[in-house]
Design a protein around this ligand. Structure first.
Ligand SMILES: *[C@@H]1O[C@H](CO)[C@@H](O)[C@H](O)[C@H]1NC(C)=O
Ligand SMILES: *[C@@H]1O[C@H](CO)[C@@H](O)[C@H](O)[C@H]1NC(C)=O
Ligand SMILES: *[C@@H]1O[C@H](CO)[C@@H](O)[C@H](O)[C@H]1NC(C)=O
Ligand SMILES: *[C@@H]1O[C@H](CO)[C@@H](O)[C@H](O)[C@H]1NC(C)=O
Ligand SMILES: *[C@@H]1O[C@H](CO)[C@@H](O)[C@H](O)[C@H]1NC(C)=O
Ligand SMILES: *[C@@H]1O[C@H](CO)[C@@H](O)[C@H](O)[C@H]1NC(C)=O
Ligand SMILES: *[C@@H]1O[C@H](CO)[C@@H](O)[C@H](O)[C@H]1NC(C)=O
Length: 913
């Protein structure tokens, strides 16, 4: 079955393809790789040594069927199979794959899976590794007599997932150059030159399911009198696919010396497009060639577009002997992704033989492979000139492959028993393609760095693809954590003045975890070359540009829990209103804890939410970041707050925007820290209220015991002054937060003052006029009396204090008339309705329209409540006292009618309080 012709062909289609990195040994066995090193004479490159090793197959009877090399990580897949003794063109239906990583570690995969009969006899089967868990077996089978190409997704735990139809039998299947962008099947064009393509996703990580993402058609240029000779596909730098058409003029139509007999067109199916571009003409010739064969096309590393190797088969007449012979000339064809031709020149053929293969090398130049008894490789430079450098493998080698990643040819010697001998020869690199990274690979960095830098080897401009930073997950089964991602044209990155360096800013939240590993992915087309506008290849595999953060600084300061306030966008506000609030909060906290990342217990919420007064359709939510329990291992709450604040500010560029709930945050409103005194000092406020109530009760009890004792009036006055003080503070400091409450607050602050002043003046004037002892008192203590007028503006009731005989002091013994006492009583009742009740209502409204409820409004609402309580209790109490008192007095009067009318009047006057 493994005839040499088949095996000596190169299997390099997949070599651009990336691949699965996995070092776990599934069916692990000790590796038996013995290395011996010999020095190659011709090779004067960086590495001048050949490497050889022996692979020993543990299962007897398995023969090498094929190898695949994977450029991104330098791994090698060896496909072993049993020959079918009875049918030499067939293999037995068992799948045995050996995956060898860069370090030589081997993962053995012996599938208990029977390959489809149609695929193995005769052998018509291929394998396309898709992820580090899944691969696809591709084969042709007939369905109702129609041949088609099918793929079976298998995982490396021995299960087959599903079979998918790829396209007609002759199509091409290939993976995108960008690992996660899936794979494509492009059918062979039909008679009209239409080729159907179907683009599939990668297998789902969990279910392994592959879905078709989009499909469409490539249309060959529709030019009369030309026929499609051949077509070819290649991979685009951006992750898309290119398709090439070779057209030939139909010679029966005539011959015109200016006629272009051959035309080559190229069409691009870009990664983000739903249909390919129109075909661009990249080559045409008036020569009547026998044929044009395009060997392969690949992307150039340093943004010089695409390069294809092309063979022109021509018949030339020897004029001397009039004999014709065919000659084959090789060309390189370079074109840009705009379809513009960049370079066309002949490639020399040092083998003087037509039986060659041409390989485009990753580090520049070409490798010409002459397949004959000894396998020879010739190195050509970028222009196709022979560099006088030849590598030979002996005749005992029967299979070859190339590691494009390190310019190495792998030769495999004829198998003896279970042993396969590999020989690796290095090819000199013509270009050193190393970009310089800062921080350097594997560096330990300070988490507070402000930017990272890439220095390219050519002048660059920023483009549309992304640069992303991930935190490596400690648990390999969990996905890595996206820290930040944005595209080159997002105005965040800058190109240095030398035009070679790109500066990528780092958010404060990005390296949030000490002692953790991070890596950077740079998409292809993150930058383009300044000279040609061609996209550059990026770093599309993790674990290339990796670095880690320093361990946590020992001195982390404690910080109390902090509360923060964020705003939902309109969509989020709507969703919040429609669903269970606590579920919404909980989901949000879960997502925060993943993104920050921090233990879920560190974030909580009081569940408070409010409409945002400045943007009525949006809702504000409060969250609390709890203090750390163990500062040796946890960041303090202040640090978490800052991380979250940055994440919200940069939401578009962080993982917040990829989560269901956190994506509903309105990043245009900052995450602000709020101090909720109501919560922080609630014990203090409760003490204040309880204390005041106790005072009132004490006061009442004391008065009950001794109705004449007036000392406790001081408390009443104290309540009034204190209430006024917090109301004043509220008016001065807080009401500005709620513009709609400003006018009512002012009205109900000023109106009572005016009314109280009027009442006080009224009392003063009438007392001065009618009460000689009052005017005497005023004259005796002028400063005090004017102060009293002032205080009475707060509440007319304060005058009560002045007539209370407090502590027996003279100044507290104004002789007020009955009329004034009545006015004071009514004044204080009016105050309840024009001052105390409205103010409490305003406080309630204020509480409803702000989310941060702090000390002053808390006190205002408490003292306002107390004042009302006090007045109500006192008024009713006084009324009660008066009633009891009067009843007693009347009884007494009835008992002894000797009492004079004057004494009755004096008794009555005592009720006036
Ligand atoms: C393979 O290696 C293991 C341990 O390294 C050894 O025990 C075993 O004999 C080796 N097998 C062969 C065939 O060399
Ligand atoms: C190898 O070395 C020779 C001379 O030492 C030099 O001329 C030639 O360019 C070198 N080849 C490469 C590929 O560097
Ligand atoms: C090239 O890569 C292969 C696979 O990773 C490795 O085995 C080989 O040693 C490398 N060759 C050189 C010269 O580094
Ligand atoms: C393969 O699977 C079949 C049933 O699916 C089972 O009978 C057989 O023993 C398995 N063979 C191996 C080698 O696991
Ligand atoms: C011309 O080359 C194509 C490959 O490009 C091949 O399929 C076709 O058979 C060739 N035609 C002739 C007449 O040799
Ligand atoms: C070149 O073309 C001639 C005539 O079509 C054909 O016989 C010959 O096999 C071709 N050579 C190669 C190498 O394709
Ligand atoms: C960088 O590019 C700009 C134009 O894009 C050019 O004006 C400038 O001179 C270049 N700088 C250097 C140092 O080449």
């Amino acid at each position: 079955m493994f005839n040499s012709k088949m095996l000596i062909t190169f299997v390099c289609l997949l070599s651009i393809c990336c691949f699965f990195a996995s070092s776990q040994n599934v069916l692990s066995s000790s590796q038996n790789i013995s290395s011996s090193q010999t020095t190659s004479l011709q090779d004067n490159s960086t590495s001048t040594q050949d490497i050889s090793f022996i692979y020993e197959e543990p299962i007897n009877g398995l023969k090498l069927y094929n190898t695949y090399t994977f450029s991104l990580d330098g791994s090698l897949m060896i496909w072993m199979a049993f020959e079918d003794e009875d049918h030499p063109a067939c293999m037995l239906p068992y799948l045995h794959l050996r995956f060898m990583d860069k370090a030589g570690k081997i993962k053995y995969m012996d599938f208990n899976y029977t390959l489809p009969a149609e695929a193995i006899c005769p052998i018509n089967i291929d394998i396309l590794p898709l992820t580090n868990n899944y691969a696809m077996i591709i084969y042709v089978k007939s369905n109702n007599g129609v041949k088609g190409k099918y793929g079976i997704i298998i995982n490396y735990s021995n299960e087959s997932i599903n079979e998918i139809y790829l396209g007609n039998a002759d199509g091409f299947v290939g993976r995108s150059i960008v690992p996660y962008k899936g794979f494509i099947n492009i059918e062979k064009p039909d008679k009209e030159g239409i080729a159907i393509w179907r683009w599939f996703s990668l297998p789902d990580i969990i279910t392994g399911e592959v879905v078709k993402q989009k499909n469409g058609e490539f249309h060959a240029p529709n030019i009369l009198s030309y026929t499609l000779v051949d077509s070819l596909n290649f991979l685009l730098v951006d992750g898309g696919f290119g398709f090439m058409y070779i057209l030939k003029y139909d010679e029966t139509k005539g011959s015109d010396p200016n006629l272009q007999y051959w035309r080559v067109y190229v069409s691009f199916l870009r990664e983000d497009a739903d249909s390919p571009t129109i075909p661009y003409l990249v080559y045409q010739t008036t020569e009547r060639l026998n044929n044009i064969t395009i060997n392969s096309c690949t992307t150039t590393y340093n943004a010089e577009g695409y390069v294809c190797t092309m063979a022109l088969n021509n018949t030339v007449m020897n004029k001397k002997n009039n004999k014709s012979r065919t000659e084959i000339n090789y060309y390189q064809l370079r074109f840009l992704s705009t379809g513009a031709l960049e370079q066309l020149n002949k490639i020399s053929n040092p083998t003087n033989n037509a039986d060659i293969d041409l390989e485009i090398l990753y580090y520049g130049g070409f490798l010409m492979e002459h397949i004959h008894s000894t396998m020879d490789f010739y190195l050509l430079d970028n222009n196709g000139n022979y560099m006088q450098l030849r590598e030979s493998f002996g005749p005992e080698f029967f299979h070859f492959n190339i590691f494009h990643i390190n310019n190495t040819i792998v030769g495999i010697k004829n198998q003896s028993n279970n042993k396969l001998e590999f020989l690796l020869k290095s090819i000199p690199r013509l270009n050193n393609r190393r970009h310089i990274y800062m921080p350097a690979i594997n560096e330990v960095i300070d988490p507070s760095i402000k930017e990272i830098i890439i220095k390219y080897t050519i002048p660059v401009k920023l483009s549309t693809a992304n640069v992303s930073i991930f935190q490596q997950s400690d648990d390999p089964s969990k996905p890595d954590l996206l820290r930040q991602t944005f595209s080159g044209d997002h105005k965040l990155c800058t190109v240095g003045s030398d035009n070679y360096t790109v500066h990528i800013p780092i958010f404060e939240s990005t390296f949030s975890q000490p002692n953790s590993s991070y890596y950077v992915l740079v998409d292809n087309n993150f930058v383009i070359s300044q000279e040609r506008d061609e996209p550059l290849m990026g770093i599309i595999k993790k674990n290339i540009w990796t670095f880690s953060t320093k361990p946590l600084n020992m001195l982390v300061q404690h910080s109390n829990s902090v509360a923060g306030l964020l705003r939902l966008n309109e969509e989020g506000s709507l969703k919040f209103l429609q669903m269970n609030h606590s579920v919404f909060f909980k989901s949000m906290i879960q997502e925060f804890s993943k993104v920050i990342p921090v233990n879920e217990q560190r974030i909580s919420t009081s569940g408070i939410w409010k409409y945002d007064t400045t943007s009525p359709k949006k809702i504000l939510l409060t969250f609390k970041i709890n203090e750390a329990k163990d500062h040796a291992i946890e960041p303090n709450s202040q640090m978490i707050f800052e991380i979250l604040r940055t994440l919200i500010k940069q939401k578009r560029f962080t993982a917040l925007s990829s989560n269901e709930y956190t994506s509903l945050i309105d990043e245009s409103a900052p995450f602000i820290m709020t101090r909720n005194y109501f919560e922080e000092y609630h014990s203090l406020i409760i003490i204040f209220i309880v204390g005041s109530i106790v005072l009132i009760i004490l006061y009442i009890l004391a008065r009950l015991k001794n109705p004449e004792a007036r000392n406790f009036v001081i408390f009443e006055t104290w309540f009034i002054i204190q209430d006024f003080a917090v109301d004043l503070a509220f008016v001065l400091l807080k009401v500005n937060n709620t513009p709609h409450l400003k006018i009512p607050t002012m009205i109900f602050f000023i109106l009572p003052i005016v009314i109280n002043i009027l009442l006080a003046i009224n009392i003063f004037v009438s007392e001065m006029a009618t009460n000689p002892s009052f005017s005497k008192w005023v004259k005796e203590s002028l400063p005090l009396s004017s102060m009293c007028t002032l205080f009475s503006a707060i509440d007319i009731q304060i005058l009560n204090t002045l007539s209370s005989d407090l502590f027996g002091l003279k100044i507290f013994s104004i002789p007020l008339t009955q009329r004034s006492k009545k006015i004071m009583l009514w004044g204080s009742i009016i105050n309840i309705f024009i001052e105390d009740v409205p103010q409490i209502i305003i406080q309630g409204l204020y509480y409803n329209s702000v989310i941060t409820y702090d000390l002053i409004p808390s006190l205002a609402i408490a003292s306002g409540g107390l004042i009302i309580l006090n007045k109500l209790i006192l008024r009713s109490y006084h009324a009660l006292i008066r009633w009891i008192h009067r009843r007693d007095k009347i009884n007494e009067y009835n008992k002894n009618r000797r009492l004079s009318a004057a004494s009755i009047r004096s008794i009555r006057s005592n009720f006036g309080n």
